[in-house]
Design a binder for this molecule. Structure first.
Ligand code: COA
Ligand code: AMP
Length: 629
């Protein structure tokens, strides 16, 4: 490990020099003289005193450098059959105009703007427009229902909401405007401005609600330039699932984010200015923030924004079509998407129809890349298939195979090695290091590198209790795993009640809270069980109130609808099983992990603290999969 080792070692031995050098790739209004501000541990800040504008770095600088005609964003909608390319100059114009429209409605530096949009260019335009005026965007994934949107509105207290008439899912349209209306009725905050991008495919438009039309306000606006913001000022808040029902508002700064993402495009992903890069995710997730919008634009690459699915829009060749039509050098997607393609087209017959010779690398993240899927994709595509591990909180990879630095060995089942700046360690429950090969809590020694979370929105206490207090001096990732003798990290799964469904992070606690609100339910446990396609899926175990005799089928459809209405379709809650009792410890804690192990047919140990072993035995009888013989 030559170049990688050199870079990693320097990032640890001389973080000031390493990150100030990396910062030279960013255009500053006031360049940083200091990288790390360690004056208030365990809270750290990067590039104190420096000033910049993220949208100027993503757009203006490329136009000023003479690349205005280069494609910045290619929108490819498999849902509508439309395609549209924005050059850097066109995207800059659209962003400056929409930034003007926001400014004219009183949106300014530090104000929050909720963006609730499907995969259309206006979502990226709205994000960059906020960045341009120093407003803090908070994008809410379109698969969340009104109450989830309302929770985020209440927490972020936005002055404006930018939305669209709706999204397109296979076989149905998702009308956003009634959901925005319902969310506004549920929330205590009343943003003064709602701006709607009208989509002809979806019923409803701004005028129906007395709101503003995106195209009209943009056309009428005076374009505005980028405002200077501090490196430490927030760029965005992105809510993610914690273990409780209340989502966590991860705050990202401007300066560290620009430096880290710029560094990552070349060193982690090996992508250069002018190359076509494709992340098949959604702007509502961190992967979409970092690698559909900011990362590729910061380095002057061309980003593809894809509205569609890996299969069924119209077939399992969709990904190969997009790569071949636009000449993408890399695709970044979730393992679930690759599994979906494999399931529909195991022999990759669709692949033979397209010329994907432009593709150099397939990147996967969002969930563990299982060896089966890794081997299938490697064999069929004939390019390196590269897993890497990160989280909403970190905003970019913690562990990766850094293709731009060195062609390191790829080991199936491992996202490879710590990225420069991240001191990854494995510790036991008491915080003591464990030997190579032993499983433990994956932690990262503080400070985290630039680009990682600055904290949780207006909740420093939760930031400390969720991430910093458990093992002082370390950031708690919430994942467990081990490091092998070669320093390769293997991520085995979450050690908390967060689950991962199709690469989407969900809290079993929030689904439980909704299920428990049903009048027939006395108590319940929601557990993430194995799913061949989606990795995990939530499965509900319900104890009925005494005297309730609702049929299980009726209860199931009522609960499924309830979760859909309260959280959203993306929770993928479909399994409901009525049980006599839930296994608990003597202190009343439900043994969720043991339940999951039983349902998945794994070995499990009966905890010594169990309240009533008979409950567990009954559950094994009812839920354990039949044995082979
Ligand atoms: N807006 C509204 N609804 C949405 C949505 C959105 N943006 N995204 C998903 N949904 C809905 C789906 O329509 C589906 O609804 P249904 O229950 O009515 O069918 C439900 O949420 C579950 O969606 P999903 O988990 O995506 O399952 P699917 O069966 O529609 O598709 C895959 C399966 C594998 C094709 C899909 O999960 C996929 O592409 N996964 C890749 C994941 C990914 O990119 N993750 C990003 C992190 S890197
Ligand atoms: P999110 O914040 O939604 O990106 O989800 C982050 C979580 O997804 C991590 O804490 C992991 O549990 C899981 N995850 C993401 N990428 C990987 C990966 N490459 N391997 C294993 N788990 C992953």
């Amino acid at each position: 490990m030559g170049a990688y080792n050199d870079e990693f070692t320097r990032s640890i031995d001389d973080p000031e020099g390493f990150w100030l050098d990396a910062a030279k790739a960013v255009d500053w209004l006031t360049p940083p003289e200091q990288a790390l501000d360690a004056s208030n541990p365990p809270i750290y800040r990067w590039f104190p005193g420096a000033m910049l504008n993220t949208s100027a770095n993503a757009l203006d600088r490329h136009v000023q450098a003479g690349h205005g005609d280069r494609a910045a964003l290619i929108w490819d909608s498999a849902m509508t059959g439309q395609q549209r390319t924005y050059t850097y100059a066109e995207l800059l114009d659209a962003v400056a105009a929409f930034a003007g429209a926001l400014t004219e409605r009183g949106v300014g530096k530090g104000d929050r703007v909720i963006i609730y949009m499907p995969m259309i260019p206006e979502a990226a335009i709205a994000m960059l427009a906020c960045a341009r005026i120093g407003a803090v965007h908070s994008v809410v994934f379109g698969g969340f229902a009104a109450p989830e949107l309302a929770t985020r509105i209440d927490d972020a207290e936005p002055v404006a909401i930018v939305t669209a008439s709706g999204g397109l899912e296979p076989g149905r349209t998702v009308e956003y405007l009634p959901m925005v209306q319902a969310a506004l009725e549920l929330s205590a905050t009343a943003p003064s401005t709602v701006i709607v991008k009208d989509r002809p495919e979806v019923t409803g438009s701004a005028a129906d609600y007395g709101w503003l039309d995106f195209d009209e306000v943009s056309a009428a606006a005076t374009p505005v330039g980028p405002v200077p913001v501090a490196a430490t000022d927030p760029l965005y808040i992105l809510y993610t699932s914690g273990t409780t029902g209340k989502p966590k508002g991860v705050v990202r700064d401007n300066g560290g984010h620009a430096v880290a993402l710029t560094w990552s495009m070349k060193n982690v992903y090996d992508v250069s200015p002018g190359e076509v890069w494709w992340t098949a995710s959604d702007v509502g997730w961190v992967v979409g923030h970092s690698y559909i919008v900011y990362g590729p634009l910061l380095v002057g690459a061309t980003t593809i924004m894809y509205e569609g699915k890996p299969v069924g829009t119209p077939d399992a060749g969709a990904f190969w079509r997009v790569i071949s039509e636009h000449g993408a050098v890399a695709l970044f997607t979730a393992p679930t998407a690759i599994r979906a393609v494999r399931k529909a087209d195991p022999d990759a017959r669709e692949l033979a129809k397209y010329d994907i010779s432009s593709l150099r690398t397939l990147y996967a993240a969002g969930e563990r890349l299982d060896p089966d899927t890794f081997f299938w994709a490697s064999e069929k595509l004939g390019v390196p298939v590269v897993d890497h591990w990160w989280q909403t909180e970190t905003g970019w990879a913690i562990v990766a195979n850094l293709r731009g630095l060195e062609q390191m060995e790829i080991k199936a089942g491992s996202p490879s090695v710590p990225v420069p700046g991240y001191r990854v360690e494995i510790v036991d429950g008491a915080g003591a290091p464990v030997p190579a090969g032993s499983e433990g809590n994956i932690v990262v020694r503080l400070p985290l590198p630039p680009g990682t979370l600055a904290g949780l929105w207006r909740d420093e206490e939760r930031y400390r209790t969720s991430y910093l207090n458990t093992f002082p001096g370390y950031y708690l990732t919430g994942d467990s795993g081990y490091v092998d003798d070669d320093g390769y990290v293997f991520v085995l799964g979450r050690s908390d009640d967060v689950i991962n469904v199709a690469g989407h992070r969900m809290s079993t606690g929030s689904i439980e809270a909704v299920v428990a609100s049903h009048p027939a339910v006395a108590e319940c446990a929601v557990v993430g069980i194995h799913d061949d396609l989606k990795g995990q899926r939530p499965s509900g175990y319900i104890v009925l109130k005494a005297g309730v005799d609702t049929a299980e089928d009726t209860l199931r459809s009522e609960l499924v609808k309830l979760v859909r209405d309260e959280i959203g379709a993306v929770a993928t809650f479909r399994d409901v099983t009525v049980v006599q009792a839930l296994p608990k410890t003597r202190s009343g804690k439900i043994l969720r992990k043991t339940m999951r192990q039983i349902v998945d047919g794994e070995d499990y140990a009966v905890p010594s603290t169990i309240e009533d072993p008979a409950v567990l035995e009954a559950l094994v009888e009812q839920l354990a999969p039949p044995t082979e013989d």
